[in-house]
Design a protein around this ligand. Structure first.
Ligand code: HEM
Length: 421
């Protein structure tokens, strides 16, 4: 298999994309994402082997599904392609066998549907109306506090801060402790040994801290009247009020990671993309009315979750390939969103693209993202407020990216707001 040494250069990774035999391609290497070298590999798979088997990787053997229409087919066939945690979960990396975290994204119906319904009111019209005001006030405060004329890390000052604030509101989490949510989200998705945690043991210990903290919130709320926060909703709904501690932790982490990494990396990715395509930035500044159209386009362009995984529940022929019971099937949203048969000129961010919601970043079908409208709200308001205040925010150098095949995002984006625009 084409497994690269630990730190090959970006150029070497890019060059290998054209020379390696197609059977030996392994897109399950986090370094390809960290070095932003994954694109020619996916382009080749879409062209030469859209349903592709990789026999060995650090996550075990897996199928790659890279075309838009095939991803929709796999998503729609939940009977054959299961999300259930008993098969290993929804990412390439299997859940740890001694620390299984059930969560409704990793459940099949009917349990999935019941538990999803328990927290659905968070995206109902009354909740969104209430959040709109808060999100705007907070975006204004964060933007007004930014230094003018100095270089700073947009990820830290804006993307992380705003998404953490929203998450704290959704959970009604103690405000002064809100950065704990950021930490738990990072830990939940981290690959041990790559900067965030050193080992799975450390990961488990921090996850248990998260459970302990939230159990106190649960205990306060379970005997109080129901309120409009996610902990209270779970404590009162029939489907979740008797859940085990590990079920509770699983669902918490689903909501923490779901609401955190994704929106955070869309906030960063949007600014980065507008700098990469300055004509689009000019178009946007001239016409801020394009923001609602641009938001889903940013989410497509960024694709903050690169993949979701399913597991075959039985032998199944798919597009002429014999998928066996137990095989891992990885749906690469990041490739489907750049599928030239569906999306023209996909590498470009086009702020007035037609049909911008035609993308796979939120998945499709039964498990389609619950938080889509929250993400939309957060990004729309932020960009409205940015355009109210500033001209062009300049990206100073290339961003640093996350070492992951799952979370597609950034740890650093250095920017500067020029004075006197
Ligand atoms: C599910 C992406 C924001 C909560 C998902 C899925 C994806 C996704 C790909 C799985 C879809 C599938 O398997 O078909 C995103 C992106 C976001 C975002 C790209 C932002 C740009 C949020 C937010 C929340 C959230 C703000 C709120 C807390 C969830 C939940 C699920 C989910 C609870 C599980 C749904 C289910 O299994 O029924 N999201 N998400 N997401 N997302 Fe999001």
């Amino acid at each position: 298999m084409m497994n690269m040494p630990d730190h090959p250069s970006r150029e070497a990774l890019l060059a290998a994309a054209d020379t390696v035999p197609v059977d030996e391609i392994n897109v399950g290497q986090p370094i390809l994402f960290q070095e932003d070298a994954i694109w020619p590999y996916f382009a080749r798979l879409r062209r030469e082997a859209p349903v592709h088997y990789c026999g060995a990787s650090e996550f075990g053997p897996f199928w790659s599904i890279t075309k838009y229409r095939h991803i929709m087919q796999i998503e729609a066939n939940t009977e054959v392609f299961s999300s259930d945690v008993k098969y290993g979960g929804i990412t390439m990396r299997d859940q740890l066998v001694d620390f299984v975290l059930p969560m409704f994204i990793a459940m099949d119906p009917p349990r999935h549907d019941e538990q999803r319904a328990a927290v659905q009111p968070i995206v109902g019209a009354p909740s969104l109306a209430h959040l709109e005001r808060l999100v705007r006030e907070r975006a204004q405060a964060v933007l007004d506090g930014l230094p003018i004329g100095e270089t700073f890390n947009w990820v830290e000052r804006v993307s992380i801060e705003l998404t953490t604030q929203l998450l704290a509101t959704l959970f009604d989490f103690p405000w002064e402790d809100r950065r704990k949510l950021t930490r738990w989200s990072d830990v939940a998705t981290a690959l041990p040994g790559h900067g965030i945690v050193d080992s799975d043991e450390q990961r488990k210990a921090e996850m248990l801290e998260c459970l302990h903290y939230f159990t106190q919130l649960w205990n306060e709320r379970v005997n109080a009247p129901p309120r409009n926060d996610l902990v209270s909703m779970m404590a009162h709904a029939e489907a979740t009020r008797h859940q085990s501690p590990m079920d509770f932790l699983g669902n918490l982490l689903l909501l923490i990671v779901g609401g955190n990494d994704t929106t955070r990396n869309s906030i960063t990715g949007g600014l980065y993309a507008l700098n990469k395509f300055p004509d689009e930035y000019t178009k946007l500044i001239a016409n801020p009315g394009l923001v609602p159209n641009m938001v889903p386009e940013i989410i497509r362009w960024q694709t903050p979750l690169a993949h979701m995984r399913r597991t075959a529940t039985r032998d199944h022929a798919f597009e002429g390939h014999a998928i066996k019971a137990g095989d891992k099937v990885v749906m690469w949203y990041v490739s489907g969103n750049y599928d030239e048969d569906v999306i023209a000129d996909a590498e470009r961010l086009i702020v007035d693209r037609e049909r911008p919601r035609r993308h796979l970043s939120f998945g499709f079908g039964l498990h389609r993202c619950l938080g889509e409208r929250l993400a939309d709200l957060q990004l729309r308001i932020l960009w409205e407020e940015i355009l109210e205040r500033f001209g062009r925010i300049e990206v100073m150098d290339e961003p640093q990216r996350i070492f992951s095949t799952f979370v597609k995002g950034y740890s650093t984006l250095n920017v500067r707001i020029p004075p006197d625009q």
